[in-house]
Design a protein around this ligand. Sequence first.
Ligand SMILES: Nc1nc2c(ncn2[C@@H]2O[C@H](COP(=O)(O)OP(=O)(O)OP(=O)(O)O)[C@@H](O)[C@H]2O)c(=O)[nH]1
Ligand SMILES: [Mg+2]
Length: 209
Amino acid sequence: MKTTSAELIKCVYPTDGYPPSRYPEVAFAGRSNVGKSSLINTLVNRKGLARTSSAPGKTQSINFYLINRSFCLVDLPGYGYAKVPQQVRKQWNPLIEEYCRNRKNLCGVAVIIDARIGPTPLDLSLINWLTDLSLPALFTMTKIDKLSKNKIAKALQQTARALSMRPERIVSFSAHTGEGKKDLWQKIVHLLNVSHDTKRVHLINVSKP
Ligand SMILES: Nc1nc2c(ncn2[C@@H]2O[C@H](COP(=O)(O)OP(=O)(O)OP(=O)(O)O)[C@@H](O)[C@H]2O)c(=O)[nH]1
Ligand SMILES: [Mg+2]
């Protein structure tokens, strides 16, 4: 995928409205600090587009990035980090839940898992909940640059087993090296194209990578 433009079009906090549902969207969900915002930056080759931090809890709003004026990548707040103030934490799940339940142009959710940790109980409950909503999901194991080749293979097997799926369905990714980027784009574009037929949204110029 050649990214010709990538722009932040809206940050949504609980009381705000979403941007118009004109473009198809794929959202990125996962634990705080797992690397969702970094992954988006690597996908679109823009280092500082989505703000990242080594401290968990950086993204606290739903951030909509319009790509190539044709579809949106949506950075969701992370979950599962206890040190964020209770008040902020309370806003997160309802924020994610309301968005996933009600966003008509949401084509699917990419669930991001730390390769060193594997799916946590919160990840598994999110995945089950997405299935209940009949929302398609993509699965990505990130930070693989922190593991040896052998350990990546092992982590992939374990993650696939935990998710009861074939390992080929899971993208092994690194925001630092860019590994897995092509594979992930292919899956994202597939989701956007498949959903285009069933959702009343515009889809312009989404070519295969
Ligand atoms: N080694 C390595 N570090 C990564 C990778 N992806 C992200 N990181 C680091 O992990 C930390 C968290 O990254 P973010 O992208 O901010 O994580 P996030 O999931 O958006 O976090 P929240 O917004 O808090 O939910 C940062 O220090 C990143 O540099 C990766 O693929 N490899
Ligand atoms: Mg973030």
